[in-house]
Design a protein around this ligand. Structure first.
Ligand code: HEC
Ligand code: HEC
Length: 238
């Protein structure tokens, strides 16, 4: 049977040989060529496929991407094929990869149709825009940016992601299989969400058209930017 994991390990272990044979055949050994293993799941330029789960990586803030690549390499996020693929990569190489994908800006796909009820959508909108004072839950917007396209360099946008992916990430924070540097604000946020809240927020976010082609605003352009909670992964932004 075809075994993805062995296949990908082979690609990596053979990294040196591959670049050698590419040169031999006069195919340019560009980063694009070497990142074919990534784009097979994440789509051309990292723009995501129609699979409905693989997240887009194109155009996300570079610092955020680098944190995620290190988190997969170091086991703070789990997805076996990604963990295997990145396990031997150096910080410098991960930096190069993060910079490459942060620079790609292919257009976004249309938002997903939703079968969520109006009540659920209203709850989703409320959590994103206003939060929930009773639960001491800040609005998603207060950190992810007014347009929800993220705040560079470390906070990703939350539009243009598949609903299933958002549900899975919030669940992963609740169970501890996704972690960011402490204090891990997203873990605290996720822990305040009920299953209905997660269904609501993911349906609402996934139904929105992405403005500005999803490009994050740089924190230097938001002089009054203050996070409502401490986030370890963005400590030098606060
Ligand atoms: C076998 C399919 C597959 C391959 C190959 C793959 N990825 Fe992934 N990648 C995924 C999945 C699935 C996730 C989401 C995992 C999760 O649930 O957290 C992910 C997540 C990511 C994330 C985090 C995205 C975010 O918004 O937080 C980054 C960055 C990433 N991959 C980069 C890469 C790079 C770079 C490569 C090549 C070195 C690569 N991936 C190869 C499937 C793949
Ligand atoms: C206090 C600030 C803060 C608040 C409030 C917040 N987030 Fe986040 N969020 C972050 C940070 C920082 C990250 C990046 C974490 C990392 O580096 O892994 C993040 C990451 C995410 C991701 C991962 C995106 C990806 O591509 O994998 C999702 C999904 C997300 N947040 C959803 C939400 C939702 C939904 C809400 C509101 C219910 C919310 N966030 C509220 C700070 C916040």
């Amino acid at each position: 049977m075809f075994n993805h994991r062995n296949f990908l390990n082979c690609i990596l272990l053979a990294g040196g040989m591959v670049s050698f044979s590419l040169q031999a055949q006069n195919i340019p050994d560009t980063l694009t060529q070497r990142l074919k293993a990534c784009t097979s799941c994440h789509g051309a330029q990292g723009k995501a496929t129609s699979d409905g789960y693989y997240p887009r990586i194109a155009g996300k803030p570079e610092g955020y991407l680098l944190h995620q690549l290190k988190n997969f390499r170091d086991g703070k996020r789990r997805y076996p094929l990604m963990n295997a693929l990145l396990s031997n990569m150096s910080d410098d190489y991960l930096k190069e990869i993060a910079a490459f994908f942060a620079d790609q800006h292919p257009p976004y796909a249309l938002p997903q149709n939703t079968d969520a009820s109006r009540v659920l959508m209203a709850r989703g909108r409320e959590l994103v825009i206003s939060g929930d004072q009773q639960k001491k839950l800040p609005a998603c917007m207060s950190c992810h940016g007014e347009k929800l396209t993220g705040v560079a360099p470390y906070i990703p946008g939350v539009l243009g992601l598949p609903r299933d992916y958002i549900v899975a990430q919030l669940g992963a924070w609740q169970t501890g299989s996704r972690r960011a540097k402490t204090p891990d604000c997203m873990q605290q946020v996720a822990n305040k969400l009920t299953p209905v809240d997660i269904a609501a927020v993911s349906a609402w976010l996934a139904s929105k058209t992405v403005p500005d082609n999803g490009i994050a605003i740089s924190v230097v352009n938001i002089p009054q930017f203050r996070l409502p909670m401490q986030c370890g992964s963005v400590s030098d932004m606060q």
